[in-house]
Design a protein around this ligand. Structure first.
Ligand SMILES: [Mn+2]
Length: 385
């Protein structure tokens, strides 16, 4: 296990170096974010755009879909175009997506790029570019872009730091999800040192919502079905819901997370009925791997957050997906209880020995607390100097 990570990291450093070389030897860049863009893909793209421009490069930022309203406050989003360029580029860099189709209709542009690179943290990344900086352990693409700049010794300015912070704080759910690491916090800390107003960003992103979002949230919560003895929550948002409030799919962002809130729930599925297909998203607390579930239906993502699209009627999609997830949950529970039984059996043998040693230990450690206080006071004195 450890070996594998090490090999992966050596490869990654190699890929970083290759991208750095391409950045230095190229003049024109095509940057692309994924469809239905989020804070990570937009923040990473803006940061890279800004640094490349400071290096004197010509950079085009492309997003097939418009920048979501809650990110519009970011400076320079007006430079993101939704018109597919026809010209050639020295390099095309794709940010935060695991397969080229997630970038929308960019295939024709990629063909005209001398070199292509992908910077991503999705487990299901296909390695579709010439250079693939894919780090599934990273919290966000922004965290990887931070490392790229660090390796390039490109110091980020206040604004670039804010862009990368946006990517990290959104993809980690405010540094809450499991993918958040000491490395993430360290990167965020270094970014904060530039002095941008992170509280303004947090407020703009997390405390301000369009009323359509709140209305859709209400409907989604009302639709909540609890299954698998409380382990699974299912949320459904229909076309009627969208029509009733003049809302669109963008207004369901973050709604799925409420499905994980009931105490016993381990996983949540949200079905969103769109005009041409059913969008299905998954979240898991870890009992089941929802990246695998999504893959089963042609999608992808992470162990704890994933999604897929299905071209069947809503009822059919629900039936297929829910029965698949229920089977996964019961298999996981069976596996868990088999493991526990095994552990209980071997514990039963040891238990008597252990409780005896524990008793003996507690008898001889009467003076332990005092010793501990002494040590901590000593170290306090030390750090005080
Ligand atoms: Mn991301």
């Amino acid at each position: 296990m450890k070996k594998k990570t090490e090999i992966q990291q050596i490869d990654l450093e190699d890929q970083f170096k290759k991208l750095e070389d391409i950045i230095h030897s190229s003049n024109t860049f095509f940057l692309a974010c994924h469809i239905n863009p989020d804070g990570d893909t937009i923040g990473s793209m803006l940061a890279l755009w800004s640094v490349l421009r400071r290096l004197g490069k010509k950079v085009t930022m492309y997003s097939q879909d418009p920048v979501p309203q809650n990110l519009n406050f970011l400076p320079n989003t007006c430079h993101i175009t939704s018109r597919l360029p026809r010209r050639k580029f020295d390099a095309g860099i794709m940010l935060d997506f695991s397969s080229p189709s997630r970038g929308g209709n960019i295939a024709s542009v990629l063909k005209k790029c001398k070199n292509t690179a992908c910077i991503d943290h999705h487990k299901t990344a296909e390695g579709y570019a010439d250079i693939n900086i894919v780090e599934p352990l990273a919290s966000s693409t922004a965290e990887i872009v931070y490392r790229l700049f660090y390796n390039m010794t490109a110091a980020v300015n206040k604004r670039e730091a804010a862009y990368l912070y946006v990517g990290m704080v959104t993809d980690t759910g405010r540094f809450m999800y499991q993918a958040t690491s000491a490395r993430t916090m360290e990167a965020a800390a270094r970014l904060m040192e530039t002095g941008f107003k992170f509280y303004r960003i947090n407020e703009a992103i997390f405390s301000s919502k369009p009323k359509e979002h709140l209305k859709i949230l209400g409907r989604a919560l009302e639709s909540m079905e609890i299954k698998a003895g409380g382990k699974l929550a299912v949320l459904t948002v229909t076309q009627k819901d969208f029509h009733d409030f003049g809302a669109n799919p963008e207004h369901t962002e973050g709604v799925i997370n409420y499905g994980l809130m009931p105490y016993s729930v381990q996983a949540v599925i949200m079905f969103r009925e769109e005009e041409s297909h059913i969008n299905v998203t998954f979240r898991s607390k870890g009992l089941i791997d929802v990246a695998l579930v999504a893959k089963q239906f042609g999608g992808g993502g992470h162990r704890q957050a994933s999604g897929c699209k299905m071209k069947v009627p809503l009822d059919e999609a629900k039936e297929m997906v829910i029965s698949h997830v229920l089977a996964k949950i019961s298999a996981a529970l069976e596996k868990k209880s088999a493991k526990k039984n095994k552990a209980d059996l071997s514990l039963g043998k040891k238990e008597t020995e252990e409780s005896l040693t524990a008793k003996a230990d507690s008898e001889k450690t009467n003076d332990k607390p005092a010793a501990k206080t002494e040590i901590s006071e000593q170290s306090k004195e030390k750090t005080g100097k």
